[in-house]
Design a protein around this ligand. Structure first.
Ligand SMILES: [Zn+2]
Length: 228
């Protein structure tokens, strides 16, 4: 599993393709990120969330314009998908990055496909980072799926099995007794299998419809504005 030493960095591990083993379990719950202070961070409902690309990070690593255009196309596709979920959030692609923009950047890290952040990340740390593995021929066509997973983190979701694989970092099941191996937050799959499950969408919509300050399993939903 990728580094959890920094709570804003969550990685998809280098996947072993054992999809057949995990696809026979039904998805029915969400696992939400929570904090040691007992909050569940969430973007303030009604927020507009801008997303863009740090072109220079890809060019410095000698990726081509074609690669960047591919990444941009995937990002726009994910944005369109997220907007179709009607979560009460509006995602917008921007060419000119603002301080609060969710940026997509590149950095070397041989151990995972990508890293992401949670809704309590401060402006300037709202960065999804793609690593070299995502551009390998076997995985390049799955960058859209990898981004779906990473945006799952940005919405407040943790890996479906975080309760026992990441026990030192709080998370809660919503509703209780989570068992959502078919979630986009499922792991140990070829990334092409990472897709939002209808129940991911249903429970995200429910999560984002709750009032700021309301409780889920003893933790308090805490809204974070998209702008400083
Ligand atoms: Zn992840």
């Amino acid at each position: 599993m990728g580094s959890l030493s920094d709570m804003t960095d969550i990685s998809i591990p280098y996947a072993q393709c054992i999809t057949s083993r995990i696809l026979n379990t039904m998805c029915n719950k969400l696992r939400l990120h929570s904090t040691s202070s007992g909050t569940i961070p969430r973007w303030t409902p009604g927020s507009t969330l801008t997303c863009g690309i740090e072109h220079q990070s890809f060019l410095r690593a000698h990726y081509s314009i074609d690669d960047i255009e591919h990444v941009k196309g995937c990002l726009k596709e994910v944005i369109s998908l997220l907007n179709s979920f009607n979560l009460g959030l509006r995602f917008v692609y921007v060419e000119d990055l603002l301080p609060e923009t969710f940026t997509l950047a590149y950095a070397n890290d041989p151990d995972s496909y990508a890293t992401s952040f949670f809704p309590d990340a401060a402006p300037g740390r709202r960065k999804i980072v793609l690593h070299e593995s995502s551009f390998l021929p076997l995985y390049r066509a799955s960058i859209f799926n990898i981004l779906c997973h990473e945006f799952g983190h940005t919405l407040g979701m943790r890996h479906w099995d975080a309760g026992w694989t990441e026990p030192n970092y709080p998370s809660i099941c919503f509703p209780p007794d989570s068992n959502n191996k078919l979630s986009v937050m499922g792991i140990y799959k070829h990334p092409e299998t990472l897709r939002f499950h209808p129940e991911d969408i249903e429970w995200l919509r429910e999560f984002y419809s709750r009032k700021n300050g309301s409780m889920i399993q003893g933790c308090t939903i805490k809204d974070y504005p998209s702008r400083p």
